[in-house]
Design a protein around this ligand. Structure first.
Ligand code: SF4
Length: 740
């Protein structure tokens, strides 16, 4: 191939458009530029997107490999042998009445087509719902919050809102480092418009917080206190929209009763912030006509993640900050296609088109579309990510198929996770790269085509669907993930259900299942996407009777939508004040704050929070092999406040052991006021392949939100021990020297 190809960046959920061109001569690296015509990113990319091509030939898995036990070495095998082994194992378990012991764990790195075929194989053909994805660790609290507050999933905002807001309220998101192009758009706008305000809520003084008019460094786990405290003030000041509340919402009285208990003096104390700052935040909300909230893992990765997100949404409902330009609650997706996964049924309680396995009508619609007998799809949600691990522990999971994700680094309570993986009778690991930390736990390795070697679609955080055209053929014997799943489906006897010639046919079948659903994509196909990325909703009905974006009737004192965005700009949802609930009203949530699942105590007196760095992506499978990024972030570290360092006698650069109730890790200390006292921070990127004993998740716990089942990866209780004292007290010098 010699021409340039347009695609989407395969890292974060911003979903920047890329243009990829071959090197000037054979053997030269592919070159990557920002795609100026992409409506979401407008030509901008960050260091990850700019360097992604450097990773595509490094450490690739090129052929299937197999072994009978984890003690043996892998030997290469043919696809025929690999597929036969998978199908035999599955048929044996099905014949034994143990189909519930089969699980598939996928990834937000999948294209939508991969997701769609994977969940069709498990939910439709096997008749169990044990398909979950790493989005469970990332976005499931946002999914649950949108569903419960609005009647369906789907972020209501779009990126143009970044440049139309009066007040950006960023909570639990280090946007500058984790979603840099979104932050660039917002920051440039804020520099031009000094009246617009930026509030950042984060226990750390991040690069995002440095740009804020107001930084609220709240104590970890006090987000709901803060939101209810702001609501208390707004209600007291009369700074609410009673017309919108009356006409477009329900359950406000229950919420008002809750927020009565959050007076500023109590909230400020609980959150550990000055009362003036709390009042200032509420004043910014009250004085702004358009408030835009952005949130990410700091809200979602919590044992009360759904309650946190819903309580934040409450603020938007009580002030009518939704469905209009520059306003609304906007969750930022961590992964490039977490959104596509949600649309395609990529979690264990979902079916395609924002349907639920619990809904009989939804199951019947999907069974009919798939040509399966009534009752084939189980009404019971399948195993979520963590319950696959506990199922291995109990022996109830007997076949675990992991694809495009690295749970031996990313799961909570890592020693427990690894011990469970060691017990797996049969683990299939499908990935583009080898080795990864998880490949050490596999019996069968399947080589997957990586993003530039297969054509498919991804949806970014603002519901923009981009066609990712392959720009080169797969290496070795690698195949697209959807092709591998489809071949297994055919061999299990479902030829008609997996009779696809190419990914365009897969997309077309999936899109038909979204007709008249909230995420209607029937107006989107590969031909139209080849012209430009397109946001949903985009119904086939609109092609014959086109409507202008944001044309809904606006209620109350909602601001008239005067957005002059081009036609390809993402539309906002709920511009007419009507939501996807049965009565069309958004629902207020009434939650008290519960705090952390594992608060600090005398034995473990500090709160550990984990997070991401600008250059690295998740478990470094790609970025750990890119020289520029490795130079930028060569090693992990522990951020500690000077007060805590002094108390513990820790000096700058000194190695420290961090212990939780589950494990330990070791880092050099970075003493900085960027982290609040009584908290410490470590990055989550370093697994066993990249550093010794530096895994953040060896410390974290699996306690999860009871609604979204998303684990609280963001916080756990720890204690610190300077390694010098360990050398004296517990370790011989030899042990110490061997470790860091
Ligand atoms: Fe890729 Fe995200 Fe960077 Fe955009 S901001 S180039 S999507 S990593």
């Amino acid at each position: 191939m010699t021409e340039s190809t347009k695609t989407q960046c395969p890292y974060c959920g911003v979903g920047c458009g890329l243009t990829v061109t071959p090197g000037a001569s054979a053997g030269q690296a592919w070159k990557v530029f920002g795609d100026k015509s992409h409506p979401s990113s407008q030509g901008m990319i960050c260091v990850k997107g700019a360097t992604v091509a450097e990773s595509i030939d490094k450490n690739r898995l090129k052929t299937p490999m197999i072994r009978d036990s984890l003690q043996e070495q892998f030997r290469p095998c043919t696809w025929e042998e690999a597929l036969e082994r998978i199908v035999n194992q599955m048929q044996t378990l099905i014949a034994q009445g143990e189909k519930e012991s089969i699980c598939l764990y996928g990834s937000g790195q999948f294209h939508t087509e991969d997701y769609y075929i994977a969940q069709k194989l498990v939910k439709g053909c096997l008749g169990v719902n044990n398909f979950d994805a790493n989005s469970r660790l990332c976005m499931s609290s946002a999914v649950a919050a949108y569903l419960d507050s609005f009647g369906s999933d789907g972020p209501p905002c779009c990126y143009d809102d970044l440049e139309l807001t009066d007040c950006a309220f960023l909570v639990g998101t280090n946007t500058a480092e984790c979603h840099p192009i979104i932050f660039n758009r917002l920051h440039k706008y804020l520099k031009r418009n000094k009246e617009a305000k930026l509030i950042v809520v984060d226990p750390r003084s991040t690069k995002t917080a440095e740009a804020a008019n107001l930084h609220l460094a709240i104590n970890p786990g006090t987000d709901i206190d803060l939101f209810n405290g702001i609501a208390h003030l707004l209600l007291g000041w009369g700074a609410i929209d009673t017309y919108f509340i009356d006409k477009c919402t329900r359950d406000f009285p229950k919420y008002a009763e809750i927020i009565r208990h959050y007076p500023p003096e109590i909230v400020a104390l609980k959150c550990g912030i000055p009362i003036d700052d709390l009042e200032q935040a509420a004043r910014y909300w009250a004085e702004s006509k358009r408030v835009l909230s952005l949130w990410s893992m700091g809200i979602n990765q919590s044992s009360e993640g759904t309650a946190k997100a819903r309580t934040l949404i409450n603020l938007h409902l009580m002030t009518a900050n939704i469905g209009k330009p520059g306003a609304g609650p906007f969750s930022l997706t961590g992964q490039p296609n977490a959104m596509g996964g949600r649309e395609a049924g990529g979690l264990c309680h979902l079916l395609p088109g924002y349907r639920s396995v619990k809904n009989p009508q939804h199951r019947a619609e999907v069974e009919q579309a798939w040509g399966l007998p009534a009752g084939r799809i189980s009404p019971v949600p399948g195993r979520d990510a963590w319950s696959m691990i506990t199922g291995l522990e109990t022996g109830d999971v007997k076949l675990l198929w992991i694809a495009a994700t690295n749970p031996a680094v990313s799961m909570p309570d890592l020693e427990r996770t690894k011990a469970a993986l060691l017990k797996s009778p049969f683990t299939i690991y499908q990935d583009a790269y080898y080795p990864t930390e998880t490949s050490a736990y596999a019996h069968l390795l399947l080589p997957a085509a990586q993003w530039g070697e297969k054509t498919g679609t991804m949806t970014n955080s603002e519901r923009m669907v981009t066609l990712n055209k392959a720009f080169r053929p797969p290496v070795g014997q690698a195949q697209a993930d959807w092709q591998i799943f489809a071949e297994v489906g055919r061999r299990l006897g479902f030829q008609a259900q997996f009779n696809f010639q190419d990914s365009a046919e897969v997309y077309s079948e999936f899109a038909r299942l979204t007709y008249k659903r909230p995420c209607d994509m029937t107006g989107i196909n590969y031909d139209r996407l080849a012209e430009t990325p397109r946001p949903w909703p985009d119904s086939i009905d609109e092609i014959s009777a086109p409507k202008t974006a944001n044309s809904g009737e606006l209620l109350g004192n909602l601001v008239k939508d005067d957005d002059k965005s081009p036609k390809t700009a993402a539309k906002r949802l709920y511009t007419d004040g009507k939501f996807n609930t049965a009565d069309g009203r958004a629902v207020f949530a009434a939650y008290h704050s519960k705090g952390l699942a594992e608060p600090p105590d005398d034995d473990y007196p500090l709160v550990l929070t984990v997070g991401r760095l600008y250059g690295h992506w998740h478990t470094q499978t790609r970025t750990g092999r890119i020289e520029k990024i490795v130079k930028m972030h060569p090693a992990p570290f522990l951020e500690i406040h000077p007060q805590d360092a002094a108390k513990l006698g820790i000096e700058a650069g000194e190695w420290v052991e961090v212990r939780s109730r589950r494990g330990f890790a070791r880092f050099p200390a970075l003493i900085t006021k960027a982290i609040a006292p009584n908290c410490v921070f470590v990055p989550m990127h370093w697994g066993a392949l990249w550093a010794e004993n530096a895994e953040a998740n060896s410390l974290t716990h699996p306690a999860a939100c009871p609604i979204s089942l998303q684990p609280e990866l963001k916080a756990c209780a720890v204690k610190l021990i300077p390694l010098k004292s360990l050398v004296n007290a517990e370790l011989s010098p030899g042990q110490f020297l061997a470790t860091p």
